[in-house]
Design a protein around this ligand. Structure first.
Ligand code: URA
Length: 237
């Protein structure tokens, strides 16, 4: 038996919060009766209608995409720009797990499994996000040390797990730095470098937790294996 709002959310019709609103608003019927109480538990066999239409339970799907530049991570864009969903061939109502900026490339997960998404995004799980940043300018030892000590963003100190200088190109006046963080704050990596006085020119996410880009080319994706999904679920506290 599962809570009604969870079943509606799992069918991809609405978030759990929105599903609760639909229930309270009297839009949900179970076996022909309008249900407005949020505590209601139902089983697989019960027939659920939302706005008069039966809900269909979707199979869970999981993808890893190598996001190209110039693609947005939200599911719909009022400017009709390309979204990460345009790359995945599926009818399931999948959505991205977290976010990458329009101009950031690299690893992004997509799924219709809210629980999987929560595990990957929950700060307590400290999922590693590995970024490689190409910087405009030659980064100094002092700037690297400041980053290592942590940067105050939105009132919290974010301390990277690792900051590693990979390359300096004096002729082009650029530096390549790998940085590993656990959080997923808005524009986090760019803001961290900016706060020590150097700007990010290009940013790529090479890994999220166990998911590396390996040989996925830009715009390519693959399904996660059942074993990979099980590993993520094993992190659940
Ligand atoms: N940090 C950023 O600044 N941008 C991203 O897209 C991801 C992390």
């Amino acid at each position: 038996m599962e809570r009604l709002q969870k079943i509606i959310a799992q069918a991809g019709i609405a978030s759990r919060r929105k599903a609760e609103d639909l229930i309270v608003a009297g839009k949900v019927q179970v076996n022909g009766k309008v249900i407005t109480s949020l505590g209601t538990k139902i089983s697989e066999k019960d027939e659920v209608l939302v706005n008069g239409k039966p809900i269909v339970k979707e199979n869970k799907e999981y993808y890893l995409l190598n996001k190209p530049r110039g693609v947005i991570t939200t599911t719909n864009d009022e400017k009709s720009r390309k979204t990460v969903l345009d790359y995945i061939d599926t009818d399931a109502r999948i959505y991205p797990v977290g976010r990458l900026d329009y101009d950031t490339t690299g690893a992004i997960l997509l799924t219709n499994d809210g629980e999987f998404a929560n595990i990957m995004m929950h700060p307590n799980n400290k999922i590693e996000k590995v970024y490689v940043a190409k910087l405009n300018g030659i980064i100094t030892v002092d700037q690297i040390n400041k980053l290592k000590k942590g940067i105050n963003l939105d009132g919290t100190l974010v301390v990277p797990q690792r900051v590693k200088l990979k390359k300096i190109d004096a002729s082009k006046n650029t530096s390549i730095v790998e940085i590993i963080i656990h959080e997923g704050k808005n524009h986090q990596v760019k803001r961290m470098f900016e706060s020590v006085g150097i700007l990010v020119d290009k940013l790529k996410r090479e890994r999220i937790g166990i998911f590396t880009l390996a040989n996925l080319q830009s715009g390519e994706y693959r399904k996660l294996t059942p074993k990979e999904v099980a590993i993520v679920y094993s992190l659940k506290k």
